[in-house]
Design a protein around this ligand. Structure first.
Ligand SMILES: *Cc1c(COP(=O)(O)O)cnc(C)c1O
Length: 311
């Protein structure tokens, strides 16, 4: 059985520009330099490898974003066919990037739920394996490798800051923290206001399904988080934070200037709590932010959004 490491070990760097701006020591876990553009390849790569080891020759995804891109990347490296079903709303830029990894991209449905249903149907007719974007224990195990690396890169963090979409990254990080006996490291879980399914669920004490998503951080747009995320929030110190799209976007710009790297607003959301030094973070010692990355950003797209906000 082949075992190709699909993700890379990423550096942890102390941000001198952020230290200058905020007076605080902030460490960045640089997932934005993963070869598949985000941390997603850790968990999704692991799940794809699992199915391929079992004889699967066709991987199927329904994500018009970084999860679909990670499946395409994994499939190419593992030598199997990949089909990604995306909704009409997926920008051409993203479709092209997924196709450039050799995947077949089908546009089906006007929203993700319809692409998802179609992808599940397809799995039966072509005997492929379905790779979900966030809700799978093997994906969480893969994401937890990020904490395995952190455990030998730094002393125990004062707090972890990360973005939440469907909660896959959150589940992986919390499981990783537990594994390394860092049960008491608080997690600041950041969403944008129009995609705050996790914050709403924590507040309600049960899974809440949002009617719609209204945010430029489409990557965080899961109407409902994984049940496991809410379960873990019950037994691990977690503080949900919501930020505006405008703050997330401003953080993308500041981060590009500070570190010469472009990240999606989904990632800008987490970074914005640092740039604004959210009151929650003031008492924490060393902060570690997961710079989750993303393919859905170009210089032009950043300008377009900034223009829309009147900057
Ligand atoms: C997937 C993704 C997220 C959210 O991760 P979940 O596991 O869905 O919570 C955040 N940022 C980026 C760049 C992503 O690709």
């Amino acid at each position: 059985m082949k075992h190709i490491p699909l993700h890379i070990e990423t550096p942890l760097i102390e941000s001198i520009p952020i230290l200058r701006r905020t007076g605080r020591s902030v460490f960045l876990k640089m997932e934005c330099i993963q070869p598949a553009a985000s941390f997603k390849i850790r968990g999704i790569g692991r799940l794809c490898q699992h199915f391929v080891n079992q004889g699967t020759t066709h991987l199927i995804s329904s994500s018009g974003g970084n999860a679909g891109y990670a499946v395409a990347y994994a499939g190419r490296n593992l030598g199997v066919a990949v089909t990604v079903i995306v909704p009409k709303t997926t920008p051409e830029l993203v479709r092209d990037k997924i196709a450039s990894e050799g995947a077949t991209v089908h546009v089906h449905g006007s929203v993700w739920d319809e692409s998802h249903a179609y992808a599940l149907e397809l799995c039966n007719t072509v005997a492929g394996a379905y790779i979900p974007p966030f809700d799978h224990p093997t994906i969480w195990e893969g994401h937890a490798t990020l904490i395995d690396e952190l455990a030998h890169q730094c002393p125990k963090p004062g707090a972890m800051v990360l973005s939440v979409g469907g909660g896959g990254l959150f589940c992986g990080v919390v499981e990783g923290l537990k594994k390394h006996h860092w049960h008491d490291v608080p997690v600041i879980a950041v969403e944008t206001e129009g995609a705050a399914s996790f914050a709403r669920s924590i507040e309600a004490g049960e899974l809440v399904t949002l009617d719609s998503i209204d945010s430029i951080a489409t990557t965080l747009g899961a109407k409902r988080v994984a049940a496991k995320a809410l379960e873990l929030a019950d037994c691990h110190p977690v503080t949900p934070v919501t930020v505006t799209d405008e703050d997330a976007l401003r953080a993308c710009r500041l981060f590009a200037d500070d570190h010469r790297l472009l990240v999606e607003p989904a990632c800008g959301a987490a970074l914005s709590t640092i740039y604004t030094m959210h009151s929650l973070l003031q008492s924490q010692h060393t902060l570690v932010v997961i710079v989750c990355g993303g393919i859905g950003i170009t210089v032009e797209k950043l300008h377009e959004w900034e223009h829309a906000f009147g900057h």
